[in-house]
Design a protein around this ligand. Structure first.
Ligand SMILES: NC(=O)c1ccc[n+]([C@@H]2O[C@H](COP(=O)([O-])OP(=O)(O)OC[C@H]3O[C@@H](n4cnc5c(N)ncnc54)[C@H](O)[C@@H]3O)[C@@H](O)[C@H]2O)c1
Length: 303
């Protein structure tokens, strides 16, 4: 959809490579001026140069996305340098995979910090800007947030308790933002992507000869769509996206509700009631959504 984001200004975090670089390039190709963040290093310059070489406009704000000052610089660069802020794509992330019983404090803190605090800092500063603009103009603003969650939060990925918790937190943050900022015009959604990147290369292996079904570029159109005019009607949603597939997740549902025979439950009555439900031996985690796994079959070539 070239031009669909003409005159829009977008921030993309973690834009130095992988999904962030693909999303930033696609936003620029759709007409947006992009403010790019990643850790300091040549990767960010390369993405900005690639965008400029293709005729786009890009500014860079290197820094740790979980730092307040980085968030301030991003919003200041968008508003001061490009004249506004319309789109925030929170994407930066790291892995420190370890079973929960072996995980260090630092491995926990790093992942929660970069993903969850990293999403919060930019969201906090961007929504404050949008709320102020909305109050000044006495009408809702154009404001889109696309957050990056992961199927790990649905599955309770055993070797990634820090990552699964951060991604679950990002979904909750997305919903709270969507509900809390709707009146100002903010639309906030989350995507659970899959792509062959530095983060997943060892898991997914080398790309095939020819087009890669797991190319990060295949996730980017959904980001453009949510960031674009049609995204006005979409908020508080969670999508899974990879290859040729986009899935819209449903919310958790109440599986069953039980009532005590008197005013409140006794342990014996709970046992008599719930004991009939939980009969599997050994028990399996129940609050798990694995329905997205078969959706990957065509992308992963397993069908
Ligand atoms: N690739 C997948 O299949 C997949 C699946 C689910 C979710 N995700 C999510 O997508 C996002 C992008 O992942 P990717 O696969 O492109 O990984 P990637 O490692 O290629 O890119 C992540 C980028 O984030 C940057 N980054 C890390 N810490 C940062 C910090 N503190 N401040 C600023 N930038 C920082 C890295 O330098 C890197 O450029 C992540 O949030 C990841 O959890 C990816």
């Amino acid at each position: 959809m070239p031009g669909v984001l003409a005159d829009r200004v977008a921030i993309v975090t973690g834009a130095g490579q992988g999904l962030g670089a693909a999303e930033a390039s696609a936003l620029a190709a759709a007409g947006a001026r992009v403010v790019l963040n990643d850790l300091p290093g040549p990767a960010l310059d390369r993405v900005a140069e690639h965008i400029r070489a293709a005729g786009g406009e890009a500014a860079i704000c290197p820094g740790d996305v979980a730092e307040w000052s980085t968030g301030e610089l991003l919003v200041r660069t968008a508003v001061g340098g490009f004249g506004g802020l319309d789109i925030l794509v929170n994407n930066a992330g790291v892995l420190r995979d370890r079973m929960v019983f072996s995980m260090s404090e630092q491995e926990w803190d790093t992942v929660i910090r970069v993903h969850l605090r990293g999403h919060f800092v930019t969201t906090r500063l961007a929504t404050a800007h949008w709320r102020a603009q909305s109050k000044i103009n006495n009408r809702p603003v154009y404001a889109r947030i696309v957050n990056t969650a992961s199927e790990a939060f649905l599955l309770g990925s055993a070797g990634q308790p820090n990552y699964a918790a951060a991604k679950g937190g990002i979904v909750a943050l997305t919903l709270a933002t969507a509900r809390g900022c709707a009146r100002y015009g903010v639309r906030a959604n989350a995507i659970c992507p899959r792509a062959r990147t530095a983060m997943t290369g060892s898991l997914m292996g080398a790309p095939p000869d020819g087009p890669d079904p797991l190319s990060p570029a295949r996730v980017a159109p959904l980001v453009i769509y949510l960031a674009g005019p049609a995204g006005e009607r979409i908020t508080g949603e969670v999508f899974v996206a990879h290859g040729d597939m986009v899935a819209l997740l449903g919310p958790p549902t109440v599986r069953a509700a039980f009532h005590a025979s008197g005013d409140q439950w006794t342990v014996d009555e709970l046992d008599a009631t719930l004991g009939k439900v939980f009969t599997a031996d050994p028990p399996q985690p129940g609050f798990v959504c694995s329905e997205t796994l078969p959706l990957a079959a065509s992308t992963l070539g397993e069908d």
